[in-house]
Design a protein around this ligand. Sequence first.
Ligand code: FMN
Ligand code: COI
Length: 376
Amino acid sequence: MKLNVEDYRRAARTVLPRFVFDYVDGAAERGDCLQRNRGGLDRLAMRPRVLRDTRGLDTRIEVFGETWQRPFAIAPMGFNGLTRPQGDVLLARAAAAAGVPFVLSTASNARLEAVVQPSSALNWFQLYVMGERAIAEQMVRRARRAGYRALVLTVDVPVSGYRERDVRNGFKMPFRPSPATLANLATRPRWLLRFIAHGMPGFVNLAEEEGSDTLQLQAALLSREMDRSLSWESLDWLRRLWDGPLLLKGVLHPDDARQACARGVDGLIVSNHGGRQLDGAIATIDALEAVLDAVEDRLPVFVDSGFRSGLDVAKALALGARGVFLGRPLLYGLAVDGEAGATAVLELIATELERTMILAGARRITELERGLVRAA
Ligand SMILES: Cc1cc2nc3c(=O)[nH]c(=O)nc-3n(C[C@H](O)[C@H](O)[C@H](O)COP(=O)(O)O)c2cc1C
Ligand SMILES: CC(C)CC(=O)C(=O)O
């Protein structure tokens, strides 16, 4: 029986090969940041209101003129096709059915045109800038043509975090599995059979043309060799290519939040990449307040990293976040049961959020107020 996200995590561990589970579940260096994210959320306690009519509960929010059925979304994640063949498409479908955004990663394994869900107005695209700027330009133009609504520029990967579990597993491109990895693969026959049927997923959006350059780019993307010349000035370049909502993902410092407002960015995602980048980084729930103060309601502020329940989501919203992005929980669901597993995780978190709202006396998301949370 799977009653919470941790149950899905445990089940995912039993179906995924170890190098895949470690890639999904892992974090940078000692995992301090990963733990700090949890610690920050756990330290907050709710101070509920009582005797409030909570019939007709409504969890919808408005973002950039669109309605989200729930105040959360699926975060961009690379290599979803490794967890399940067509993982990007399955997650996009689950999100569209739930009425929440799905953010397709630059490191996706399906063509961005094939992932976009026409039934949803909430297809978003995440951009990494690497190598020739022309690669990013090509992807942004295609994303625009394909109907992606918002562009998320990830800014916390100037270089890869040191993912010790990936290093130990030799997880890089081209992948050369060790004897230990092969032995472990033999214990994951279902994953292995699917993998054999579909082949090794690649990063197919980097360049339209096939060729040896593409292979080199794919290896560079997995080792996260990004363009370190990217700066605040580069936003002007991006603005010329993209006229829809532009968000920065990976902002933690209030001065950067102010800078983003001054540069005409449309939204921020307070994120430490789920503890996968700078291991010394502050917990996102602890960084949120200063960022919100700096922004002064000029743009919506979202948050991610470490959110595992509807209660966690409620805490961030009470502090003033517009919405929450969820990463690994969706991959645990995807690993366990494909699209149905991802849908189940979205439903689980929605149900937890609804119950939390009723218990806290909030009928609408706007009623999740600052006074409802306290440091425990
Ligand atoms: C397996 C995996 C791959 C990821 N790939 C990307 C990516 O390609 N682009 C990106 O902006 N963030 C990426 N992230 C970070 C997520 O967008 C998000 O910030 C993080 O997972 C949130 O933390 P959580 O997993 O604890 O919910 C990835 C995260 C995971 C777990
Ligand atoms: C394939 C990678 C570029 C995805 C990523 O950003 C991550 O692992 O955190």
